[in-house]
Design a protein around this ligand. Structure first.
Ligand code: CAP
Ligand code: MG
Length: 415
């Protein structure tokens, strides 16, 4: 017989193997507990240990224990290596029940935050990753090398179907590529899902015909999982190219199901992250946006909101670091297009592109529809701000020849 105790899960000399899932946590040990003792308990509880000493027959014991190895006392950061046999292939819920499960509430730590994961190939290969990723700019749209532009009608909810489609049509004609639903617009009586889908795509077809640029619609299919899959089918039937999903509120298992169904139809997935701040807003507890974005990429979304590098209205994390990860190599998965959104307007686009580059989607609601001359002018102003930035011309100078941009800068400023 052998014992499994909390202390069996600590080995500061241990070097994680390339095959292991390596997680970095920031922890604040409970009062009176050393960081080593707390780290060992984190590794134990998130793999195969528990609070009591277990007596297990050696012959029954598979070696599934995680190892708390590196400990950086000055930053309160610990590294935990997980053997991959601990995990069910291709199940994000199962992985999260280990690495972000019970440990989030254990008394051994005052607080704990999952900061980063280094995903081994054996886990990544169980997931599909994005179907299109950053390629949507050219495969589904005519954005070429510029940022994709999207807009969400405001008010968020309450517009009738006809008004919603009209706003979309004006924005498309003004130069945005994508119309997007807001996160809390799904299938309400004032604007039913299928009517909205049909009318918006009919408007899209008219605009495409007139302006000669491909446009598309990020229709929010979020709902109960089977309902959501039916909505994905409807999007394909009506000729849409994308769906939008509130990935945090509907859950990763549902996202995995949607990804599979979208593959049947060749639809891309736009991931909205409403509720992410419940996990990532506190810098000492929860799950970082970086890890949420990693999970989203594994599960296979093509776009995900990652913030505005501090230029918008919402509290953001380290957007550039997250975006670099989404664009970088991950065992052959396609890169994901980061979406900057929340309080953006034409006057910040040059700084946004400086901070985040051009392989992004810029999404503006109020910053288009709040334009003094309306949605069409607002969309033109946003597109002009992108053109100016890519031409290396200052926004103020470009505005001298572009009236819509001039009005937007007058209203919102250019810094
Ligand atoms: C933006 C937005 C987006 C948030 C999402 C809103 O509208 O539609 O949902 O930006 O935030 O409802 O606030 P505005 P994030 O352009 O009018 O601000 O991208 O940080 O997840
Ligand atoms: Mg919104």
């Amino acid at each position: 017989m052998t014992g499994i105790e909390y202390d069996d899960f600590l080995d500061r000399a241990y070097e994680p193997a390339a095959t292991e899932l390596v997680c970095t946590f920031r922890i604040e040990p409970a009062e009176g507990m050393t960081i080593e003792a707390a780290a060992s308990r984190v590794a134990s509880e998130s793999s195969n240990g528990t609070w009591a000493t277990l007596h297990v027959d050696e012959s029954e014991l598979t070696h599934l224990g995680a190892v708390a190895c590196e400990i950086d006392e000055s930053e309160n950061e610990i590294t935990v290596a997980y053997p991959t046999d601990l995990f069910e292939a291709g199940s994000m819920p199962q992985i999260l029940s280990c690495i972000a499960g019970n440990i989030m509430g254990m008394k051994a730590v005052e607080s704990i935050r999952l900061e980063d994961c280094d995903w081994p190939e054996s886990i990544v290969s169980g997931f599909p990753g994005p179907q299109f990723g950053t390629g949507v700019a050219r495969e589904k749209l005519d954005a070429g090398d510029r940022p994709i532009l999207a807009t969400v009608p405001k008010p968020k909810v309450g517009l009738s179907t006809a008004a919603h489609a009209r706003v979309g049509e004006e924005a498309w004609r003004g130069g945005v590529d994508l119309l997007k639903d807001d996160e809390n617009l799904t299938d309400q009586d004032f604007n039913p899902f299928e009517d909205r889908l049909a009318e918006s795509l009919a408007a899209r077809d008219r605009v495409e015909e007139d302006v000669g640029e491909r446009k598309d619609y990020l229709v929010n299919v979020t709902g109960e999982t089977t309902e959501m899959l039916d909505r994905v089918d409807l999007v394909a039937e009506h000729g849409g190219g994308f769906v939008m999903v509130d990935v945090i509120t509907c859950g990763w298992a549902a996202v995995q199901s949607v990804r599979e169904r979208c593959e049947d139809h060749g639809l891309a997935i736009h991931a909205h992250r409403a509720m992410h701040a419940a996990f990532d807003r506190l810098d000492h507890h929860g799950v970082s946006m970086r890890v949420l974005a990693q999970i989203a990429r594994l599960c296979g979304v093509d776009h995900i909101h990652t913030g505005t590098a501090g230029l918008g209205k919402l509290a953001n994390e380290d957007t550039p670091g997250i975006n670099d990860w989404l664009h970088g190599d991950c065992h052959g998965l396609k890169p994901v297009l980061p979406v900057a959104s929340g309080g953006l307007h034409p006057g910040v686009v040059d700084q946004l592109i400086d901070a985040l580059g051009t392989d992004i989607c810029i999404q503006a609601g109020g910053g288009i529809h709040g334009h003094p001359d309306g949605t069409h002018a607002g969309a033109k102003a946003l597109r002009q701000s992108v053109d100016a930035s890519l031409d290396g011309v200052s926004l103020d100078e470009y505005a001298q020849e572009h009236a819509e941009l001039a009005t937007a800068l007058e209203k919102w400023g250019s810094e």
